[in-house]
Write a protein that binds this ligand. Structure first.
Ligand SMILES: [Mn+2]
Length: 317
């Protein structure tokens, strides 16, 4: 399938790379990495990345691009790290001249507009793209290597969730040999402040436990305001509740200012993706999410109940 995507890349003079809503390191890293790789190998092409990326990495990596409607309409659109048009941050993705997709989320069959590479076994989209660069013997730059490294690092929670260590570490070695600097990336990732510290303290002192092994926390708007953090920040704290003995599933609920709720679920055993799908979300077998219409106790209770059932079924095996 990469052959087909590669043919499209060769064919189009202009390419726009789209990432998902609430961009993470893998989404932004894939966008920057793929853009830089295409430009390194086809310097005459125009390549852009849409969306907000991760602003705190702008200095170390780069900013995203302002892409006009006119450019989008004549471009090949490449979707990275998300299932389909509906997951993309920039809704103008639908206006491209053609499309391709590279992703590692469970395929829902909702992308039918062009060739796609979906490797559900891959730990990150950046890992897949790095494999593509190596297999096709493509040129790579320091910037591309740094961005791709960021995605692998963050989507594996710093090399914790890796399915094929020899393969991934081989790819990481290739990225480091081509200029990725782990120390530089760690420096940005590790930087924190007292607001973040207080938010962690809140999670550690207010979590709840279900009957059968879910550990979770819900943040309403008022709490988030008091803590001076966003719903996205709160959702990013989900792994503070990870790997507690007796609690194979952990999750967060965080209310956006518009009343909708970001839910993140993680697991170190049970496959929780169907529970996320049942409320309109999706993701990976052990890491999924959804946006819920509102923060209501009965909605949360219902989800926790489904997760409890999933744990019971998993324990029965
Ligand atoms: Mn990803």
């Amino acid at each position: 399938m990469f052959d087909q995507i590669f043919e499209l890349i060769k064919k189009y003079q202009s390419i726009v790379i789209f990432g998902h809503i609430n961009p993470d390191g893998d989404c932004y890293g894939s966008q920057v990495g793929l853009k830089e790789v295409i430009l390194a190998n086809f310097p005459e092409k125009e390549v852009y990345i849409s969306g907000t990326g991760i602003p705190r990495f702008y200095n170390v990596i780069c900013k995203t691009d302002d892409v006009s409607d006119e450019v989008i309409e004549r471009s090949l659109g490449i979707l990275v790290d998300g299932n389909d048009f509906g997951r993309m941050e920039d809704s103008r993705v639908t206006k491209c001249a053609a499309w391709a997709k590279i992703d590692h989320h469970i395929d829902t069959g909702s992308f039918t507009q062009g060739p796609q590479v979906v490797d559900v076994g891959a730990n990150s989209t950046c890992d897949i793209i790095t494999g593509f660069v190596i297999d096709y013997n493509l040129k790579i730059t320091k910037l591309a290597a740094t961005a791709l490294y960021l995605g692998i690092l963050t989507d594996t929670a710093r090399f914790q969730f890796v399915t094929d260590y020899p393969q991934t570490f081989g790819r990481v070695k290739f990225l480091c040999e081509n200029g990725a600097d782990p120390a530089e990336i760690n420096d940005v990732l590790n930087r924190t402040d007292v607001i973040a510290l207080a938010a962690k303290g809140y999670v550690l002192s207010h979590y709840k436990k279900s009957k059968h092994g879910v550990i979770y926390i819900a943040f309403n708007k008022k709490t988030l305001q008091k803590l001076s953090i966003s719903a996205n920040h709160a959702s990013g704290l989900v792994n503070l509740l990870s790997n507690i003995d007796g609690y194979p599933v952990w999750c967060t609920f965080a209310e956006y200012t518009n009343g909708k709720v970001r839910m993140e679920i993680r697991s170190n055993g049970p496959i929780i993706q169907p529970v996320a799908v049942s409320v309109g979300g999706g993701g990976h077998a052990h890491a999924s999410g959804a946006t819920l219409p509102e923060l209501k106790q009965d909605i949360i209770d219902d989800i926790i109940h489904k997760l409890d059932e999933t744990i019971l079924e998993w324990r029965g095996k």
